[in-house]
Design a binder for this molecule. Structure first.
Ligand code: FES
Length: 125
């Protein structure tokens, strides 16, 4: 699975450096070896520039979760917890109550995978 971090965001505090790079470094520390095949990658603008720093979590057959307004320290810790829950959930559909509080309030979008397309559009059980 992949955690894509926007490195175009500039932060709201007048920083000239990119908070996304700091978040990437924190994420790479936050993930443990048992987290396995998690790739943390820098990406360009994710299109929600007013919600910086912005991150997308996805997997080939999983939901895509887009979150923003992330602080480096609390965001990295919350994303590590979320990724572990994602891996345990069908199609990565982490139940709301299992999402870290930090991410609940910062969710921008959740997009179902192409491989999950029931006629009624329901979420995976
Ligand atoms: S610059 Fe980061 S989402 Fe647009």
């Amino acid at each position: 699975m992949q955690v894509s971090v926007c490195v175009s965001c500039r932060g709201t505090d007048g920083r000239t450096s990119c908070p996304g790079n700091d978040l990437i470094a924190a994420l790479r520390t936050a993930f443990a070896p048992e987290d396995g095949d998690v790739t943390v990658r820098p990406v360009q603008c994710l299109g929600v520039c007013k919600r910086q720093t912005t991150v997308a979590v996805t997997a080939p057959d999983g939901y895509t979760f887009l979150v923003g307004d992330l602080d480096v320290t609390t965001g990295a810790a919350a994303l590590a917890v979320f990724v572990r829950a994602y891996r345990q959930s069908g199609y990565g559909m982490v139940p709301w109550q299992e999402r870290p509080e930090v991410l609940r309030r910062r969710l921008i979008a959740r997009v179902p995978p192409a491989s999950w397309s029931p006629p009624d559009g329901r979420a995976p059980p």
